[in-house]
Design a protein around this ligand. Structure first.
Ligand SMILES: [Zn+2]
Ligand SMILES: [Zn+2]
Length: 272
């Protein structure tokens, strides 16, 4: 009797939590935009070679495609490190085989990066598990830190861009932590910046409140916006997977609209 009641209660509480979370999303987004609106707008991405770390093929373009195009226009080298192949994008729709999804996303990433001036030889692939980028005390963590530190050294870059923890999405938060630890491990004095992808759709309240917005910057990407949009189109409008959805998965339209805005946000990491 009691276990049944407890089970019922747990389910009710969970659905209530989900409902509150969904209902407060527009409010959280407005709060985030208000905080980001305080950031200074810059028209120049700054000099120096850059590394973009993407948990999945497409995060680089969605979060920092404008910056990539502007850096390349300025003649600065840009390297992209993909932590996973994004092979789990169809787990919740058609269950398409991981090797097929991963390969398709890698091919699309090559085209999308090329469209912004980054050739295939500037791409690096870590092939960590999609949905399971390792965290401290998890299998494969030490190896992942070692590999990423080596790739950062090899790049010769002076700055690295990775997802900000405000993205909330597990792999994005793991990628952020991995980059911070790998930079420390490498002994390089790389500057780390966080870009936003999922935060522009569903930002956690705690992270919004923690944002030290004034320390970041909004990069005006208006002059390269159409090229970024075309690169995004390579992911979103390419011939879809057999289930009918893009290989990068079914993304909310409001997220796509948000990353098509004429500016990109970069926040210093760690931001404590
Ligand atoms: Zn992602
Ligand atoms: Zn599918």
């Amino acid at each position: 009797m009691w276990p049944l009641i407890l089970d019922r209660l747990k389910k009710v509480l969970w659905s209530l939590r989900v409902r509150v979370h969904n209902d407060t999303r527009p409010l959280r987004l407005r709060l985030l935009q208000w905080r980001l609106g305080k950031l200074p707008v810059v028209a120049d991405p700054g000099g120096g070679a850059a590394v973009i770390v993407a948990p999945h093929p497409d995060d680089d373009i969605f979060g920092a495609g404008g910056l990539i195009a502007m850096k390349r226009d300025g003649g600065f080298p840009v390297r992209v490190i993909f932590l996973t192949n994004g092979e789990a994008a169809h787990d919740s729709c058609c269950g398409m085989r991981h090797e097929l999804v991963g390969q398709a996303r890698r091919d699309l990433a090559v085209d999308a990066c090329k469209a912004l001036g980054v050739e295939a030889e500037e791409l690096r692939w870590c092939s960590l598990p999609d949905g399971g980028i390792p965290r401290r005390n998890e299998a494969g963590y030490a190896e992942a830190v070692e590999q990423l530190a080596w790739l950062l050294k090899e790049s010769g870059a002076s700055e690295v861009y990775c997802p900000h923890v405000a993205d909330g999405w597990r792999d994005h938060v793991s990628a952020n932590r991995l980059v911070v630890v790998a930079v420390r491990h490498s002994g390089l004095s790389l500057r780390i910046f966080g870009y936003l992808v999922w935060a522009l759709y569903d930002p956690p309240l705690t992270e919004i409140l923690k944002l030290r917005a004034r320390k970041g910057r909004r990069l005006d990407i208006d002059r390269v916006k159409s090229r970024k949009s075309a690169a995004m189109g390579l992911y979103l409008d390419a011939s879809p997977a057999p289930c009918g959805f893009p290989y990068c998965g079914r993304l909310p339209q409001s997220l796509i609209d948000a990353v098509r805005e004429p500016y990109e946000v970069f926040l210093p990491v760690p931001d404590a």
